[in-house]
Ligand binder design. Structure first.
Ligand SMILES: Nc1ncnc2c1ncn2[C@@H]1O[C@H](COP(=O)(O)OP(=O)(O)OP(=O)(O)O)[C@@H](O)[C@H]1O
Ligand SMILES: [Mg+2]
Length: 336
């Protein structure tokens, strides 16, 4: 369908599957001036993060997986679809991904971004994120086989078990890649007297970070020396980053094990057989799959472009009759 959009609104990245099979992935960031006026959005706003003067406020409209700034999120979505993608919201078919483990009111807010807008789409449906991720990874979710999906995002980690197209278990944890970045910032400040920004921390994590000790690489970064207060260049080794993020990695492992303990035995058998599936940008952390295999004794499957698996799945919900049923509308319930 040409005029249809599958939308995964992440804490850090907004992924839109457009009608022409194109996937757009931009930073989910807005820059605001005069308290509430949008100055810029997307990658342009993100480039101002940690650099903008006091008059410009750079913020992220999604916090811990739920909408924190409804009005600006709505404005940004319309701008992206109509200006960046040259599309039209009016008369379009929309499917928005929602985390499973949030309240109905929070879920409805995702659908309201479109259904409560001045310009009305033809239809607005929601789809549970873990189901969209599984479809996007090419798994047949309608089978009576248990599948475990771990979506490692920026501000959230969603661990779910699916069988027969339904969610057997799903837990949304309030931490992800952002918390790893923060741990790097804190560790370097405390142990090396080096103050760096969150973007540099992210660079260190993505380029030389590892879920296992001994990667043996290094990266030179510029920060501020706590003692002299002056800018300083420092070479950081992979193992320093590993030390910084070790506790976060342990939390991921503990939570995956906790969910595995709750899985009914027949489904656990399926998971052991087919393995755990990883989605989300943080699943690209070097050796994270090996770590999860070590602690669970279960094979871990990775996919290409894991940040985009959810949006790819939404594309299938829009265009493939087999998956259409996984998008459903959240109508306002009237209590009499
Ligand atoms: N190579 C890499 N190594 C480690 N982390 C990475 C890598 N590439 C991207 N990331 C991280 O992936 C995260 C973004 O992933 P993703 O787009 O799935 O998150 P999101 O959907 O915006 O967040 P959420 O699902 O929590 O709302 C960021 O924290 C980013 O630093
Ligand atoms: Mg996400």
């Amino acid at each position: 369908m040409a005029n249809s959009y599958g939308i995964d609104i992440g804490t850090q990245n907004l992924k839109i599957y457009g009608g022409n099979s194109q996937l757009t992935n931009i930073k989910n960031t807005i820059a605001i001036v005069n308290k509430n006026q949008m100055y810029s959005y997307g990658d342009a706003a993100y480039s101002m993060f940690e650099k903008a003067p006091d008059t410009i406020e750079v913020s992220f409209p999604i916090v811990s997986g739920v909408i924190a700034d409804f009005d600006n999120m709505q404005t940004m979505l319309f701008e992206v679809i109509e200006k960046n993608l040259k599309g039209k919201v009016k008369g379009s078919d929309i499917v928005v991904a929602v985390p499973t483990d949030i309240t109905e009111v929070e879920k409805k807010a995702f659908s309201d971004l479109f259904s409560k807008s001045k310009t009305k789409p033809h239809s607005v449906r929601v789809c549970e994120k873990p189901i969209a991720c599984a479809i996007g990874m090419g798994l047949d979710v309608s089978e009576p086989t248990g599948v475990m999906i771990v979506d490692l995002g920026a501000d959230t980690t969603e661990i779910s078990v699916i069988s027969l197209g339904g969610l057997v278990l799903s837990e949304l944890l309030p931490f992800g890649g952002n918390q790893i970045d923060e741990s790097i910032v804190t560790h370097l400040k405390r142990n090396y007297n080096l103050v760096i920004g969150q973007k540099t921390a992210m660079q260190l994590k993505e380029q030389i970070g590892s879920a296992l000790k001994g990667r043996g690489e290094s990266l030179t970064v510029v920060g501020r020396d706590v003692v002299s207060g002056l800018p300083i260049e420092m070479e950081i080794a992979s193992d320093v980053i590993y030390e910084a993020i070790k506790t976060d990695l342990e939390s991921f492992c503990t939570n995956i094990k906790l969910i595995l303990e709750k899985v009914p035995p027949e489904l656990a058998k399926d998971i052991v057989h087919s393995g755990i599936y990883l989605a989300g940008g943080t699943s690209q952390l070097h050796e994270i799959a090996t770590l999860f295999t070590e602690v669970t004794n279960i094979k871990v499957n990775e996919c290409e472009n894991p940040e985009e698996s959810c949006a790819r799945g939404l594309g299938a919900v829009l265009n493939d009759s087999k998956y259409k049923k996984y998008g459903y509308s959240l109508r306002t319930r009237i209590f009499k």
